[in-house]
Write a protein that binds this ligand. Sequence first.
Ligand code: ZN
Length: 187
Amino acid sequence: MSAYQADEFEGVPTDAAADLAGVPDAFQRLWTPHRLVYIQHGQQPDEHACPFCRAPEMSDEQALIVARGTHAYVLLNLYPYNSGHLLVCPFRHVATYDEATPEEVAEIGELTQVAMRVVKQVSRCDGFNIGMNQGRIAGAGIAEHLHQHIVPRWALDSNFFPIIAGTKALPRLLGEVRQEIAEAWPA
Ligand SMILES: [Zn+2]
């Protein structure tokens, strides 16, 4: 681990494997330590535990935030479809786009534009998928708190992994990607 990554996880509690029960099985595992944030804090159903409400209370490094505005902020998705997969969220806990205020709508739009420019600059992607899933039936993982996806796309970025194994191969650690995007973000 680099010094940067070690710092990032300082203070994040972990359990010793020897203290836990486990039965070996046939599954292979990709270990993704960033997901500890979700595993340890993200499973409670109450509003207080909403990960998009809690993230701004943490440091940028811990919450994978790349930029904060007045009404909305930008963070890396813990479950990226691609490296540099960002989410733009209002600070306020609102579920759907029609509930957002004009100020929130405007800033979500502005932050989306800046995010596109920054990600284009640092990752030289060829295109983007941008959008919001509204409601669980429409595919929203965290339906209670509005979030816009910004997914950079490269030619030939899909491979056989997701199809045969339900697994995404992601070439870079989220902490590294966060730092690079945050540093390129205009002041
Ligand atoms: Zn929330």
